[in-house]
Design a protein around this ligand. Structure first.
Ligand SMILES: [Zn+2]
Length: 523
């Protein structure tokens, strides 16, 4: 009974924590102190920019352009319009294509103490897609950038020039950025870019892209930003997706920086409902807080972050970011290995360790992995997601339900596998469950992967379950399996291995301390 209660409490704690970390800060009102980022103030510009759809070349876009020029002039940024025809070659397989159009980029400069030091550019785009007012994409970025520029001016004269670059034609293929970085004399003057984009109408704002060799940039962001939200997982995933923003162009020009976006509320993205009223003001506040604090650190520093090896990093508690070099991942694994070995030694001395039980624990963990993969595979098939790319939005729109469903399903499987391992009962039921999942995958046509995962899980259940496994040996098997997975991860994809290594380190430490306590107990 006590154990069930502890488990329930742990689960409630974990889910609340996950929920809490996804929350955005409360948006500040228009009359907030002039030295802090205020989503309320940014919304005044947002409502003007996102009055109607304003795609590249449209009369509405010219109205937005004129408004922004007036705003930049009022801030003393001496703005200019870079008017040119831009082309961009898109190397999309199988057919590379070229897009082009006439763009009008808006460029304003806040002069720094040193006019020759590499400048900081705040980059956003003012065009929307046709048919959408674009309050999120990218009026959110533009209005946040104006508020950030206002804030930088309140801090005195920056060490370096701060350039506000509001590009045009991003939605038509990054045309404005392409034109700017290929042709404008100021492009060579830029040493750091902060880009703000959106891929949805709400949710927490994430920093999801940097330049190469980002060690120092991440340190600066982790230590200096207000409510920083990012991880090497987000950066890694984005790098492996086909999406682009203006940052693609500045990054290709060899300039480092930080790229921000939020991706919640998918139905208010590139749609007629992307209005200022519907925009999540908390997302705007979150993005602005992070962008302003990072911009301040760069603008008022005598030196820019230099290139240094990539870090592995992620948020731990709230806004805290834990970061270390990729090579340190090996040291962490060594420490975990040592903990497991000490645990085995302690258990052997106490005479409660049997290798057959380690095998059962390993079987339980492998059963869990295979069956989870089979269930996930079947879910993708059954919902249509596994039938190839058709439209991401409907899937992304459901992402919260997906997360909750997967979390519950995963937890249920963990408890089930642990119970089956410990009691040794339900061997045939466990095998049947896994196999049935695999067979069901074939309801949509023969599916070797789904079938293999399910039958594999079934086979492991038959071998591993059947006799009760003692907790010490079983846990060693579970930890050992996770340890192997972390080793493989550290070799293949070090930036994302923390996903296994951090919880594993905690689990190994916990198991070891429990064993020490038990070993020290009399009798
Ligand atoms: Zn955009």
């Amino acid at each position: 009974m006590n154990r069930t209660l502890a488990l329930a409490l742990a689960m409630i704690g974990a889910f609340s924590w996950a929920w809490w970390t996804a929350q955005t800060p409360a948006p500040l009102k228009e009359y907030a102190a002039p030295t802090v980022f205020s989503a309320g103030r940014a919304m005044i510009d947002n409502r003007v920019i996102a009055r109607t759809p304003h795609p590249i070349g449209s009369p509405a876009n010219a109205v937005v352009r004129d408004y922004l020029m007036q705003r930049m002039a009022a801030m003393g940024l001496d703005p200019e319009v870079q008017s040119l025809d831009a082309l961009r070659r898109v190397n999309r397989s199988p057919t590379p294509m070229v897009t082009g159009g006439h763009v009008e980029n808006l460029i304003g400069v806040l002069p720094g103490k040193s006019r020759t030091a590499p400048a900081l550019a705040i980059m956003v785009h003012y065009d929307s897609v046709p048919g959408s007012p674009g309050a999120a994409d990218d009026a959110a970025g533009v209005s946040a950038a104006l508020e950030v520029m206002r804030l930088i001016r309140t801090q005195g004269t920056p060490e370096r020039d701060v350039i506000l670059l509001i590009t045009d034609g991003e939605e038509a293929g990054l045309l404005g950025a392409e034109g700017f970085f290929a042709n404008h004399p100021l492009a060579k003057h830029i040493g750091f870019v902060i880009n703000m984009e959106t891929r949805g109408g709400g949710g927490a704002a994430q920093m999801f892209q940097t330049g190469s060799d980002n060690g120092q940039v991440i340190k600066l962001f982790a230590q200096g930003a207000v409510r920083p939200s990012s991880s090497s997982l987000a950066v890694y995933l984005y790098e492996h997706m086909p999406n682009d923003t203006d940052f693609t162009v500045s990054k290709a020009a060899g300039i480092t920086g930080l790229n921000f976006a939020f991706i919640g509320r998918q139905f208010d993205y590139h749609s007629p409902t992307s209005t200022s009223d519907n925009l999540d003001k908390g997302s705007l506040q979150h993005m602005g807080d992070q962008a302003f604090s990072a911009a301040k650190a760069i603008a008022f520093s005598a030196t820019l972050p230099s290139k240094s090896p990539n870090l592995v990093y992620a948020n731990t508690f709230g806004s805290h970011i834990l970061a270390y070099p990729q090579m340190m991942g090996w040291a962490l694994l060594a420490a975990i290995g040592l903990c497991i070995a000490l645990g085995v030694q302690t258990a052997r001395r106490a005479g409660v360790f049997r290798w057959s039980e380690v095998a059962r624990g390993t079987g339980g963990a492998v059963y869990l992995l295979l069956t989870s993969a089979a269930v996930f595979h079947l879910a993708r098939k059954a919902t249509g997601a596994g039938h190839g790319f058709f439209e991401q939005r409907y899937l992304l729109a459901q992402v919260n339900r997906w997360e909750i469903a997967l979390a519950l399903l995963g937890t249920a499987l963990v408890i089930y596998a642990a119970n089956a391992t410990a009691t040794g009962r339900s061997r045939y039921i466990a095998a049947a469950l896994a196999s049935l999942t695999g067979v069901l995958s074939c309801a949509f046509g023969f599916d070797l992967l789904g079938l293999g995962l399910g039958l594999g899980g079934g086979l492991v259940a038959l071998i591993a379950f059947g006799r009760p496994a003692g907790i010490t040996g079983a846990w060693t098997g579970v930890l050992g399996t996770a340890f192997l997975a972390a080793l493989v991860g550290q070799i293949i994809a070090p930036p994302i291995t923390f996903l296994i290594a951090w919880p594993l380190a905690l689990a190994a430490l916990l198991v070891l301390s429990v064993e020490w306590v038990i070993a020290a107990a009399p009798g």
